[in-house]
Design a protein around this ligand. Sequence first.
Ligand code: KIV
Ligand code: NA
Length: 266
Amino acid sequence: MPDVTLTTLQALKQKGEKIAMLTCYDATFARASCQAGVDVLLIGDSLGMVLQGHDSTLPVSVADMAYHTASVKRGNQGAMIVADLPFMAYATLEQTLHNAGLLMQAGAHMVKVEGAAWLAESIARLAERGVPVCAHMGLTPQAVNILGGYKVQGRQQAQARQMVADAIALEQAGAALLLLECVPSELAGEISRAVKVPVIGIGAGPQTDGQVLVLHDMLGLSLSGRVPKFVKNFMQGQSSIQDALAAYVKAVKDVSFPAAEHGFSA
Ligand code: KIV
Ligand code: NA
């Protein structure tokens, strides 16, 4: 597979071909995911939950993220690598630049931050310095204590209008990619059409430009036993992890995943 760059992702959006993104935390899964055709590997701070066993992503450190990013980089074969800036690692502009630098030097090609229009300044300053940014909107798990739980975002009309405006503002600030988590499918489609940059969805329906899932979720591994409605277990009907990864990529590309039952209504 040739190297996936920002240009590749933009071209996929223009062609209407879906982007397959998957979380990844180590070299072996990086290699397997690349061989299955995954375009973008996300070192998500979900590792706080699925690897470390915490009940939220808040305990994850920049050092944790850099360690796993470096591991993924060693197994990568041409995918784009995106790494999450964890909780409080982008609270000030100085911290943002410093910590983004650490993740880029560990092997990321892009960093991801959670929030809304207030991220504009950080995104602009990072982009000026050569760091592409993915803006994660909608359900932002680092803010779970403000949100009062892991809930669908943008169901109220005012909140939905604000989310569209914020997405446009972050694109104008220089965001390279947007990610929408747990957003009604229609709203996610509207945002995807309102911006030129690719929009990746999780629990955001089939109209976004690509999809992402947490690796352990799509392999049917769950610590809590509670699986979100937007997850599909791709091990079902497959006899190997390699086949499950390939089935995920195929389902994203042919838009058979996500199905209506994986999405949310307004
Ligand atoms: O940390 C993570 O895995 C993520 C995805 C759920 C988008 O941010
Ligand atoms: Na994350």
